[in-house]
Design a protein around this ligand. Structure first.
Ligand code: CA
Length: 542
């Protein structure tokens, strides 16, 4: 018996919607499932379907912002919708549904990055999830961009769009995707996961904190979950490097700085490989780089040293002397496209994000001058006005844990955007709030030595967190390591292009354990490492 084509979905009041999800298997038990084309008529309250198209395996899926395409890993139904939970909302969402024979019965929500603005951010993990048989969804966080210029002016005069960006777009997408899945397959997903990195990590933790029933397990990479303080850190670095004309650290000195750090700390882990396995054990004093007289390529002037110290130490309230947010570890300064992209220079992404965040989100002024920021007062203003909306740093995950939720946090030690100390701090806050034993029951943190922001870098930086969280949630097998590899082509890691053999492999150990070379065999092979206690363990700073 075929279902009638005009699929009636209940109005999305939460209660009715939830009931519909539970009833869906009953309703569809004896009915044929909807076809992909049927889904074009799927009735969405607070939104509308804009297309539903069957996509054949190997077809190129173009990405609107980057000039790359993803190859469809299998036949699937591509559904696009615009969700409008408020009159000022315009959330562009896509749900990708593998052919029923290939569906694994599960759903994966994929997070965005930066200020969002297109489906390009979520699409990489959506492709990966699809290849594994997941139904998957992502959205643009409620506004559209046409270039990669860092721009936050779209929030000016649009307070509802701030909320869409901060939490509502992902929650609406989760509800919409689950309803669509029920209509297409005749049953709700058995398990639902979320994965995101950077702002996607913020989204992941927002879901765990604000909508703990949306997902059964969550992966949060390099989470931008402390927006107000993280952006203060960005602004702090921008301010330090522009304190006066001599403060700027030239890009040409970054490798020199990193080499000095490596000379002191690389071999502490037993392997001189350019990677500091445990930066907590590295105590580098940049004073060793001080120029004896004047300026030279192999030293730092006093104003440059001051700026570097501030980047390492992080923002401090000048009135109280208290730390506002951790700084960045030493040892990753000279990695190509790392500090030079994020921290140093007039176009560095940290400064651009901070200027847009405080200018547009807080003051509603596209021409706001970062030099007017008062580190003694304006952080409180941000915490009061924006923190409750946009931060997802609440360490109380009890509702998520009670729902059976599992959480994998991961973080690159060489990240120049989200400070690794901040992610460790959030993990420790969960332990403090919930107790270390309870936290260990459902949270793991994996620190990746030599990994930059969400990937790339000299360390092994490619690992299958989706498989790990699935084994944990579905088979109760808690991950103690993530097996990581480094491939020559970091773009292929994202797009699913052929990778070839890895250049190196290494276990990422559940924090606070660190991978230690056993003393024989190739340091590029994971089998020659064990997870052990850090030799010089110390609390994360500050
Ligand atoms: Ca090393």
């Amino acid at each position: 018996m075929r279902r009638k084509k005009n699929i009636e979905l209940p109005r999305l009041s939460t209660a009715i919607f939830t009931a519909a999800l539970f009833l869906a298997p009953l309703c569809f038990a004896t009915a044929a499932r909807a076809t992909c084309e049927d889904l074009a008529k799927f009735a969405v309250t607070d939104g509308k379907i804009t297309s539903a198209v069957a996509v054949a395996q190997t077809t190129a899926i173009p990405l609107s912002i980057l000039h790359v395409s993803l190859a469809a890993p299998l036949d699937f139904c591509r559904v696009a919708a615009t969700l409008t939970p408020t009159a000022d909302s315009e959330i562009k969402t896509e749900v990708w549904l593998p052919d029923p024979a290939k569906w694994n019965g599960k759903f994966l929500g994929s997070g965005n990055g930066g200020f969002g603005g297109s489906l390009t951010g979520p699409a990489f993990d959506m492709r990966k999830a699809l290849a594994g048989g997941y139904a998957t969804a992502g959205n643009d966080l409620g506004h559209e961009i046409t270039s990669l210029v860092i721009d936050g002016t779209w929030v000016i005069g649009h307070p509802e769009k701030v909320k869409d960006f901060a939490y509502r777009a992902d929650h609406a997408t989760a509800e919409f995707a689950k309803a669509l899945i029920a209509a297409y397959y005749g049953r709700a997903p058995r398990l639902s996961y979320f994965k995101g990195c950077s702002n996607g990590g913020h989204e992941a933790l927002m879901e765990a904190q604000k909508y703990p029933a949306d997902y059964d397990a969550i992966i949060a990479g390099a989470p931008a979950n402390a927006w107000t303080h993280g952006m203060t850190g960005f602004l702090w670095n921008e301010t330090a490097l522009n304190a006066h004309p001599q403060s700027a650290i030239p890009q040409s000195k970054l490798a020199m700085i990193q080499n000095a750090v490596l000379a002191k700390c690389d071999a502490l882990d037993g392997v001189k490989d350019g990677i500091i396995n445990d930066p907590a054990a590295c105590h580098f004093d940049p004073a060793v780089l001080s120029c004896k007289s004047g300026d030279a390529p192999d030293c730092l002037t006093h104003p440059q040293l001051d700026a570097l110290r501030k980047i390492y130490d992080g923002p401090v309230n000048p009135a109280t002397g208290k730390s506002i947010h951790p700084g960045f570890p030493a040892g990753a300064e000279g990695i190509p496209q790392n500090w030079e992209t994020w921290i140093i220079g007039p176009k560095a992404s940290q400064g651009q994000f901070a200027n847009q965040f405080f200018g547009s989100f807080m003051w509603g002024d596209a021409k706001w001058d970062y030099r007017s920021f008062d580190f003694a007062k304006d952080v409180d203003k941000a915490d009061t006005e924006l923190g409750p909306i946009i931060n997802s740093n609440n360490p109380d995950l009890s509702a998520f844990a009670a729902h059976g939720g599992k959480l994998i946090l991961y973080q690159g030690w060489a990240d120049a955007a989200i400070t690794p100390w901040g992610t460790i701090q959030y993990y420790q806050n969960i332990q403090q709030k919930m107790g270390a034993d309870e936290a260990h029951r459902f949270v793991r943190l994996f620190m990746a030595p030599g990994m930059m922001h969400c990937g790339g870098g000299p360390g092994p930086n490619s690992f299958d967190a989706i498989a790990a969280i699935d084994q944990w949630r579905d088979q109760n097998h808690a991950p103690e390591i993530l097996m990581a590899a480094r491939y020559a082509d970091p773009i292929a890691v994202l797009t699913g292009a052929p990778l070839g053999a890895p250049q190196s492999t290494r276990p990422l150990c559940a924090y606070p354990k660190v991978a230690r070379w056993v003393g024989k065999g190739s340091p590029d092979e994971a089998q020659n490492y064990t997870c052990g206690t850090a030799k010089a363990a110390k609390p994360a700073r500050p």
